[in-house]
Design a protein around this ligand. Structure first.
Ligand code: ATR
Length: 269
């Protein structure tokens, strides 16, 4: 039985063990997946211990994704650009680091929500780790444009500079959004954690727009309620992204793609 785990701090409420256990059951893969609490000053140590116990791979969550990026000996392009790693694979003495968050988001939007990103005007709110992690996978879908808005506009401008070689991307503040309209608006700020609303001007949601909050488990967040009141056609929370990023990790480890819809439905209950 191959051993996998998610590590973070805190970790007790992580849904990853139940998601991966469902995937394993469904695909018949001979593996076990647990949660491992890492001390705040002991991420590397926790990973080393797991490797020496024969562990094959790990998921990494808050607050260690940047440390995992530093620790990995080989990185995927998307992890390199995200400067964050959520998936580690241990193989032949190497630590391979990848980031499946953006692929999970894109897959949820395309496959589960039926929204095609190509040629669409995309607005991404936030310029922290969560936003950075999804930029390259969004650009690879060839949107008409990707606009990043952040409270601290300079951070969004920095992202524009770092990613401009990969597609049509601009960054700025919320006030730059006045008078503009978008087909897809993604909330990658941590505002929903505090029941706060990013300072969006009225009119940014096209009537057919999809409003996507990367937060999950909070019901309708202030962002989604605002989107609804502004007439956005479709609302989604981040539960699908959570399951899809897990499926991407599972595929990296096992070479098998599990069905995600039954697991999303299970978690909704
Ligand atoms: P994460 O890893 O979740 O991205 P982070 O790196 O701390 O966390 O980034 C948090 C993001 O949420 C930032 O873009 C932050 O904006 P600032 O860079 O201006 O601080 C954004 N954010 C947090 N609370 C917000 C709020 N109430 N309204 C708008 N943006 C908010």
């Amino acid at each position: 039985t191959d051993q996998y785990a998610v590590t973070g701090n805190p970790i007790a409420h992580s849904k990853s063990p139940s998601i991966h256990t469902e995937f394993a059951k469904q695909t018949g893969e001979d593996m076990a997946y647990t949660a491992v609490l890492a001390p705040l000053d002991g991420f590397d140590r926790t990973v080393d211990q797991f490797i020496s116990q024969g562990g094959k791979g790990m998921n990494v969550t808050v607050p260690f994704k940047q440390e995992a990026y530093q620790l990995a000996s080989v990185l995927s392009e998307r992890a390199q650009l995200a400067e964050a790693v959520n998936t580690l694979k241990f193989e032949n003495g190497n630590i391979f680091g990848d980031n499946t968050d953006g692929a999970g988001l894109v897959r949820d939007i395309k496959e589960n929500l039926g929204f095609n990103i190509q040629n669409k005007r995309v607005l991404l709110l936030g310029a922290g780790g969560a936003a950075r992690g999804v930029i390259l996978p969004i650009l690879k879908q060839l949107p008409d444009s990707l606009t990043i808005a952040n409270r601290t506009a300079a951070k969004a401008v920095e992202l524009q500079q770092q990613f401009s070689a990969y597609g049509a991307i601009t960054g700025g503040g919320y006030s730059d959004l006045a008078g503009r309209e978008f087909d897809l608006v993604i909330n990658a700020t941590s505002s929903s954690l505090n029941d706060a609303l990013p300072p969006l001007p009225a009119g940014v949601f096209a009537s057919h727009a999809l409003a996507y909050d990367m937060m999950y488990g909070k019901g309708l967040t202030p962002f989604l309620l605002f989107a609804q009141s502004e007439g956005a056609a479709q609302l989604a929370d981040g539960l699908g992204m959570l399951v899809e990023q897990a499926a991407e990790s599972f595929f990296i480890w096992r070479g098998v793609r599990p069905a995600t819809l039954p697991v999303i439905e299970l978690l909704r209950k």
